[in-house]
Design a protein around this ligand. Structure first.
Ligand SMILES: [Zn+2]
Length: 248
């Protein structure tokens, strides 16, 4: 746990959206992105006033000699689309694929390398996994208790009769629950994360089922019947060509 706690202190290494967008794109780049034609002198027809001759200069920032409109990339997009500054920054981040930390603090603007981005995604994954694991373990432990009770309540009483269906199902489900708990409590972290990535839907479905929120599942007998008829069909298929061969 100490390893994880240590990480919490350094959760936000990417800058917030404003800082990151300001560091990443110029007014000229966003203008061009959104369809403003900028000539080789960095001049464009101003979109903020009736302009027939290019009177806006665009570089890092923009300035219009006609209407004195000015600002940075975020101001430009905010005015162009008539949206708020934050919305504008988010729009630019999305359209230019600029990574940022939604909870990041401003003023830490540094160019983000692919390694930093990867590290950040890894941290996000670990964080999501930790949250999921806590809840999954608590659900699974609850399921274990429920299924133990259910199995006891439906325990076979007649030695010669087949096991009651509810007993078999509770027992089988509990085996699966036990397996998942085992992985989450004792398996190496990588295995646990793999379980999170690939099996979390199955675990949620199992929890729903145990708590009566899931769709009714085919009973063991129904499953057996299904398997039998499938086998029959396969046998018929495989014997059919043989008969033909014999006929030839
Ligand atoms: Zn203008």
């Amino acid at each position: 746990m100490s390893f994880l706690n240590h990480q919490n202190n350094q959760e936000h290494t990417l800058p917030d959206v404003f800082t990151e967008v300001k560091h990443s794109v110029t007014a000229r780049q966003v203008a061009e992105m959104y369809g403003i034609e900028v000539n080789s002198h960095g001049m464009a027809c101003c979109p903020f006033h009736e302009d027939t001759h290019p009177s806006m200069k665009l570089d890092e920032r923009y300035y219009c000699f006609g209407c004195q409109a000015s600002g940075d990339a975020i101001d430009f997009v905010s005015n162009l689309f008539q949206i708020g500054k934050r919305e504008a920054a988010l729009k630019i981040a999305e359209d230019f694929h600029i990574p940022f930390d939604p909870k990041g603090r401003p003023g830490r603007g540094q160019p983000v390398t692919p390694e930093q981005q990867k590290e950040w995604e890894m941290r996000q994954l670990q964080k999501d996994f930790r949250e999921w694991r806590g809840k999954a373990l608590s659900d699974l432990n609850g399921d274990y208790r429920t299924l133990t009770e259910r199995a006891e309540q439906n325990a076979p009483t007649d030695r010669d009769a087949p096991f009651p269906r509810a007993f078999v199902q509770a027992y089988n489900d509990r085996t699966l629950v036990e397996f998942y708990i085992g992985v989450l409590e004792t398996a190496p972290r990588e295995t646990q994360i793999n379980l999170y990535l690939h099996d979390r839907a199955a675990i949620a479905a199992l929890d729903d089922l145990v708590n009566g929120r899931g769709k009714p599942r085919a009973s063991v007998r129904e499953k057996l019947e299904e398997k039998k008829s499938l086998l029959r069909a396969q046998r018929e298929k495989s014997t059919a060509p043989q008969k033909q061969r014999v006929a030839i």
